[in-house]
Design a protein around this ligand. Sequence first.
Ligand code: GDP
Ligand code: MG
Length: 698
Amino acid sequence: MAKQIKVSLIGNPNTGKTSVFNLLTGLNQQVGNYPGITVEKKEGVCKLPRGVKAHILDLPGTYSLNASSLDENVVIEILLNKKDKDFPDVAVVVSDVENLKRNLLLFTQIKDLEIPTILVINMADRMSRKGISLDIPLLEKELNTKIALVSARKNEGIDELKKLILSYASIPAKPCVDALTFAPEYFDRLKKAFPNQSIYKLWLVITQDVNFRKIDKKKPAVPPDFEIKSESELKRFQQKETIKRYQFINQVLKKGLIIDEKAATGLRARLDRVLTHKFWGYFIFFAILLLIFQAIYDWSSYPMDLIDEAFAWLSETTKSVLPSGPFVDLITEGIIPGLGGIVIFIPQIAFLFLFISILEESGYMSRVVFLMDRVMRKFGLSGKSVVPLVSGTACAIPAVMATRNIESWKERLITILVVPFTTCSARLPVYLIIITLVIPDEKVGWIFSYQSLTLMLLYFIGFGAAVGSAWILNKILKIKSNNYFVIEMPGYKMPMFKNVAINVIEKTKAFVFGAGKIILAISIILWVLASFGPNENFSNAEEIVTSEYVDLSQEELDQKIASYKLEYSFIGYAGKAIEPIVAPLGYDWKIGIGIISSFAAREVFVGTLATIYSVGSDEEETIKNRMASEVHPVTGNPIFNLASGISLLLFYAFAMQCMSTLAIVKRETNSWKWPMMQLIFMSVLAYVIALVAYQILK
Ligand code: GDP
Ligand code: MG
């Protein structure tokens, strides 16, 4: 393979880096993580003129090289380490023409690392409306670089950029601000001690050491006489650096940039006033949330039903075409339903990300953050946590993925950890059947009934558990996060179709290939456990049941056999084995089996009970009647009574009974540590609460 030119895209958040990246690479892109951390890594390949190729890396958005967060640290680590495999041949700094001054701060820092640097001035389409004009040749000369004036939105200037990348070798790698002026005495000493090195680079290594010493111990040691002793000394030097850089930038822009104020219109200000209004702001936001909820909950149900039927059909057809046997059973009852269990989430994920991308792209999301941040921050969450929490009421999987837009890792992690408490739609079938069994069907007052109040209460409990545990996690998690917070207020824009489409496709792919493997593996394991048994009770189930019940119809007989098989399968034995553990919660071994098999997904509980009680799983009335008549073998009391029912409701409210969520949390946090903690914590909590409830009520 011919050598590819290595290009790093660098820039402040919201300057259009990803848009430029999408234009350069199209769908030739991959998303992963940087090794060992959960910062998203996007890379792709771009075809340049004359058959040359470039490898493009979209680095996380960063305001400066004085890193304080993990995301920014990624950028610095790569730029400071010539041996890093991502070290660029050429850096492309993407800037927004409307915020050129602030964006150039980062540009001058990169430039001073003496890496060939191209400056992209993006959003050129907004120049005329804002009355901005630029003297490009003069800016190129003053900044000692090559500039591409680009509009990612209109796909203009990208070819020019490709040409500049191709000829990167001719770009001078000269610094533009003299680091000696930041702290003359200190830098003078540095320069004398390391005459052959870029002192700015050395300086960054030293500051990185101060900032991240606790995180990364294998950093090269700073020579002792150059160690920065205190954080305040460091801050002072950094402030000095920022001042010097802005002096330089101001002086450049005074000559190269002209803004005609009168040309700017006031539409943005008027929109802002409504969208961040004390009443209308919230009103509009909740209306949008309602729409999103509707899409995930209701609109996705049509494609989801189709997918469900398609996989059932596929399973049936395969069964009828192939000769029967354990291998075909594995395919038709294990693998196909397992795959179906993955594909079925695609509509919800796609819908949610369609909305989120549009909200982000249009600039509206920043207003939401502004509105919600103050409230959410009290609980250790971010303004952007609202969307995942609301989406969680439909399904935790897209919700966990939606946390990707939360910049601070700590806030994102807390959101991921608490989202599974919200009442997702898979809990509903379980709730509904138990509520109708144990809660009296009577009215309280005129409108409400005990049953509907119970359901409402369960929703509140879920939300309360989420917010409450966020509050606790915020207190106990020791994670370094952004210690300064900038609310970006970008201008309003029509969303770019290409960005939205790529985002939706990429999120769906991430789910299918990232979490899908785990979901498939666990479904197969659970299938094996339910389809095989340790002794002849399982293998001879048919004969045993047939000889015991002589006057049953074929259908009833089949149901009895299925029930018998499940009872003597591995899962059946597991259910019996945990009976002593779940008995204090008011459950018997049959419910135990239901709990174990519904670890795949909560709604499986109802189907499993139907099988155990040997009734067809599509006859809801029959299941209910059968459950109602189930009595304890010794005491003769009904198994499903108020105490055990409430206990079961609370168990499902708190327990992490969803392997798909665990799989996606593993993917999003890039480790097994967090999903395992989540699983253990939620299960223990669920057990304790269900136990207390049963013991009080019984
Ligand atoms: P990133 O945060 O730097 O990756 O920026 P994005 O690529 O996500 O873009 C941020 C916003 O700017 C999005 O709403 C884009 O649609 C918008 N945007 C990107 N490029 C342009 C452009 O050339 N012109 C205009 N008007 N908007 C743009
Ligand atoms: Mg981006």
